[in-house]
Design a protein around this ligand. Structure first.
Ligand SMILES: [Fe+2]
Ligand SMILES: [Fe+2]
Length: 289
């Protein structure tokens, strides 16, 4: 490896938190505050995780041979975290199906997108993973930084999303560092061009597919046409405006010295641990009672 400086914090430890959510009671159909559009967009996102995160793992693992020990260690933490996320979102998706949603169309779309990428050389899958992991990390940051996104949501499900967001932030540098390692002998301009092109493509696909997926789930709740579009666009772009609020962080990806850890947002992790620690204690007390 060349003398590339990797600004992933030296003291960062990627710690899988093997937690389970929602096993004790059914999840309400409109778990997000009774709101059709809010429930739909999170459910559409969750539909992508079981196979999507398995794809991330296989894409990064394809380049782990010869990785420096610190990166190899981080890859191990990353793959364990993503495997547990897949398990928990698979369970969550089953609960959404039990609540009456048919996710098959959304799942087929994800499988199709992944098959297109898998048909290309492995470095394309790694580049797509690196771009999507940045995307996931900035969504996670926004989700944790702004309580409005999960306001009114059923508590255990909100906890699932926060837990996932924490680990996405914690391992946000892994796919990027693997990409730097795998392309260390590429000219900088070529590296930037591929990275920028892939980010544009995955962003377009992400926005188009998740919007279509959410509209399909809203249709299953009887909300269609202009009303469905208006509710969803308002939710994503006006208030609480997840998509609009991540725009600045998204643009930073194209800066010449970009690295996910240029923004050290571990204070969000510490804040979560304080709350989650309290919730675990309450749960244990409830179980013991
Ligand atoms: Fe994940
Ligand atoms: Fe991830």
């Amino acid at each position: 490896m060349t003398a590339t400086v990797l600004p992933t914090p030296a003291d960062l430890s990627i710690t899988p938190r093997d937690r389970r959510f929602g096993r004790e009671a059914a999840t309400p159909r409109l778990w997000h505050g009774g709101r059709v559009e809010a429930t739909a967009i999170y459910n559409a996102l969750s539909t992508t995780f079981p196979v999507g995160e398995a794809f991330f793992v296989e894409s990064v693992r394809a380049f782990r041979d010869g990785a420096p020990p610190k990166l190899a260690e981080e890859i191990r933490g990353f793959t364990t975290q993503e495997a547990i996320h897949s398990r928990e979102h698979d369970a969550f998706n089953k609960r959404a199906a039990q609540a009456g949603y048919d996710l098959s169309k959304l799942e087929a779309q994800v499988e199709w997108r992944l098959s297109v990428t898998r048909a290309k050389p492995p470095i394309v899958s790694l580049a797509a993973t690196m771009a999507l992991e940045h995307f996931t990390a900035i969504l996670a940051h926004q989700l944790l930084a702004n309580p409005r996104h999960l306001a009114g949501a059923e508590l255990e499900t909100a906890d699932l999303w926060r837990w996932h967001a924490v680990e996405e932030i914690e391992h946000k540098g892994v796919a990027y560092d693997t990409w730097l390692f795998a392309t260390h002998d590429w000219p900088r301009l070529r590296r930037w061009k591929v990275k920028a092109k892939v980010m544009f493509l995955v962003t377009r696909n992400f926005v188009v597919d998740r919007t279509a997926g959410a509209l399909e789930l809203m249709r299953q709740d009887g909300v269609t046409g202009a009303r469905a579009w208006a509710l969803l666009l308002w939710y994503l772009w006006v208030r609480p405006a997840m998509f609009r609020k991540i725009a600045g962080a998204w643009f930073k990806f194209f800066l010449p010295r970009f690295h996910p850890w240029n923004e050290d947002d571990r204070h969000l992790l510490a804040a979560y641990e304080r709350i989650a620690g309290g919730m675990e204690t309450k749960r244990k007390v409830r179980r013991a009672a």
